[in-house]
Design a protein around this ligand. Structure first.
Ligand SMILES: NC(=O)c1ccc[n+]([C@@H]2O[C@H](COP(=O)([O-])OP(=O)(O)OC[C@H]3O[C@@H](n4cnc5c(N)ncnc54)[C@H](OP(=O)(O)O)[C@@H]3O)[C@@H](O)[C@H]2O)c1
Length: 177
């Protein structure tokens, strides 16, 4: 089982213009890359705010939407699951359902949650050639995350996708965890 992040960032490392903005600045090549990797994985985990920026659930994938208030949402689509289950339990539940990998696709609060709980193994970060003011992928981490670059893939659009594997966490005192 591998849990990985898939995120697209501006050249200055922002994932969105605001907490409610749609990611409408990414290239077609990255959208295709995102669709391919997440469809192959079969399941995407996202926060409720990210889900609300989408016009419809991502097809051919189970859309797991994290919210503290799942009772407020009525599942109209069979491929959408609103849940307040804890991330480690969520991973176990998806494993039991037969998923071998899990794509965590944001936004900031969900990336931060999984990273702080050390539940992520890999990241695929696309860097688009654009700069704007916006929000960071992670908030108040308090720890350093050391990664190994596994691959860099250039997309037709001029964006590139970096595949990282997490190797080590370090706390504020520089101690390995
Ligand atoms: N560039 C990229 O790759 C990328 C990817 C995804 C999203 N984004 C952008 O990121 C922005 C959204 O990020 P965001 O941080 O504001 O919101 P978010 O992470 O998408 O969603 C936040 C919501 O997730 C739920 N949540 C958070 N922690 C939870 C927990 N422990 N248990 C259960 N539910 C939990 C809460 O929902 P409730 O309030 O309902 O309780 C919370 O309000 C949008 O602009 C989106 O377009 C960018």
């Amino acid at each position: 089982m591998s849990v990985f992040f898939v995120a697209v960032m501006s050249a200055n490392g922002k994932i969105s213009r605001s907490h409610t903005a749609l990611v409408d600045w990414t290239s077609k090549a990255d959208l295709k890359w995102f669709k391919d990797i997440t469809t192959k994985t079969g399941v995407v985990v996202m926060g409720r705010k990210t889900f609300e920026t989408l016009r419809f659930p991502l097809p051919d994938r189970l859309n797991v939407v994290m919210t503290h208030e799942p009772h407020l949402y009525h599942n109209k689509c069979s491929n959408v699951l609103f849940t307040d289950i804890l991330p480690d339990q969520l991973i176990k539940m998806l494993e039991k359902k037969g998923y071998n990998n899990i794509a965590v696709v944001g936004g900031q609060s969900i990336f931060t949650l999984f990273l702080k709980e050390k539940l992520v193994d890999e990241m695929y970060l696309t860097y688009e050639p654009i700069i704007f003011d916006g929000i960071d992928p992670f908030l108040d981490l308090n720890e350093e995350v050391r990664m190994k670059t596994m691959n860099v893939k250039f997309l037709d659009s001029g964006a590139w996708v970096v595949h990282y594997k997490i190797i080590h966490w370090e706390n504020e005192n520089g101690k390995g965890i």
